[in-house]
Design a protein around this ligand. Structure first.
Ligand code: F3S
Length: 391
């Protein structure tokens, strides 16, 4: 039995709190855990109507109608469309259904942040047990803050939100966080696109192993975000210890194997960037915000933009909270004046991409390149924000 695909004890039940308890027990049994850990914070994925469809929406509405409620602070990943307005010609049925999904989560007591960077809202403490879905957020929380989360699915994160518990296995247990491979990277300072290429290369080389990485010469959070998001796209890697950067790196250094098994230099990073990228074709648009843009990235964009205007369509993805802050700081006004469109509530794979017919977007995210190519059949170019601005 695969507990994540459901079992008969669960599927025979109607959506209810009891079902959520049965599910979390089935997940515990299936994972081999004997106990639960108390969870203080959950983050749920599986929000997009494009992905979960009518059956997913109905399931959530039934849970809400049955009075199922989250008992801990819980946030929500993005959906496939802005739920308040529709300037991109997305079909009305999609918008309506996406709205109903968000409303069901709201009734369940979830904070409908529609953001894939929940750490912008809640920075977990060292050793804090959380249950987050969204692979890029999980690896970020485990690595940068030393939080403890497995890579949850949408449904297991929902069960954790309702029960306040998660099976005690994997990343919740300290010994499972010991690095099993040592990697030496020879890069002084690289931009966020190359940081993503490095992460992707690390993921393809070492898979789900936990690396101790030395020689990373950059510290900026947005570059680390790009590195970690790409690593967790290429492989189910839940945690990366990075020398002088991540929360448990002193301990990781002591526990890591002494032998360096992998060395990575600039040539291989550039080769990986080229492999993820369609450099030969002129991009028809610019897509930034996978994971969602932080206020730091908005500010860099405004600074690098100067007085220029964009000469191709530019879409910037972020959540409403960051967008509000960016508005207060004057960034949104400046970016919109230059021709950019701010997209909220949505993932980079948002329904507007299809309706607008974009084919060759430039993006600074290796993770986005992977999905735009493999899920949407597009021909993306991987380049930094600065390079995007010169296109
Ligand atoms: Fe976020 Fe979607 Fe990228 S959820 S990390 S914008 S693939």
């Amino acid at each position: 039995m695969n507990p994540k695909s459901g079992d008969s004890r669960v599927s025979a039940l109607k959506p209810s709190s009891k079902m959520m308890w049965k599910l979390i027990e089935a997940l515990r049994d299936g994972s081999g855990a004997r106990t639960f850990v108390a969870i203080r914070n959950a983050h749920i994925s599986g929000v997009s109507y494009d992905n979960i469809g009518d059956s997913g929406r109905e399931f959530l509405e039934d849970l809400a109608a049955a009075g199922v409620r989250a008992r801990i602070r819980t946030t929500l990943n993005p959906g496939c469309a802005d739920i308040d307005s529709n300037p991109y010609g997305i079909d009305e049925r999609t918008i309506l259904n996406q709205r109903r999904i968000v409303e069901a989560f709201r009734k369940i007591g979830v904070d409908t942040t529609l953001s894939c960077t929940p750490y912008e809202e809640h920075q977990p403490l060292l050793g804090e047990h959380i249950a987050w879905a969204e692979s890029s957020a999980v690896i970020y929380a485990n690595s940068i803050f030393g939080a403890r989360s497995n890579r949850e699915s949408g449904i297991s994160a929902l069960a954790a939100a309702v029960t306040g518990k998660s099976p005690n296995y994997g990343m919740h247990i300290k010994r499972n966080r010991i690095p099993d491979v040592r990697v030496d990277v020879d890069v002084e300072d690289i931009d966020e696109a190359r940081a993503g290429a490095l992460g992707y290369l690390l993921g393809t080389r070492i898979g789900s192993s936990i690396p101790f990485v030395s020689g990373v010469g950059f510290r900026e959070r947005y570059k680390l975000k790009s590195l970690l998001a790409a690593a967790s796209t290429a492989a189910p890697m839940p945690l990366m210890h990075i020398e002088d950067i991540t929360a448990e790196m002193e301990w990781g250094r002591r526990m890591a194997p002494k032998e360096v098994e992998n060395r990575i230099g600039m040539d291989e990073i550039e080769e990986t960037r080229e492999r993820l990228s369609c450099d030969s074709e002129e991009p028809d648009s610019i897509l930034l915000g996978c994971p969602h843009l932080s206020i730091e990235e908005m500010s860099l964009l405004v600074r690098d933009l100067g007085d220029r205007k964009f000469d191709k369509p530019v879409f910037l993805l972020t959540c409403r909270q960051i967008s509000r802050l960016a508005k207060e700081l004057g960034y949104i006004e400046r970016l919109e004046r230059a021709g950019a469109t701010i997209i909220v509530d949505s993932c980079i794979l948002w329904s507007g991409l299809k309706s607008l017919g974009l084919k060759r977007p430039a993006t600074n995210s290796a993770k986005a390149c992977f999905y735009l190519r493999n899920s949407m059949g597009l021909r993306p170019r991987l380049c930094s924000i600065r390079e995007c601005l010169r296109l």
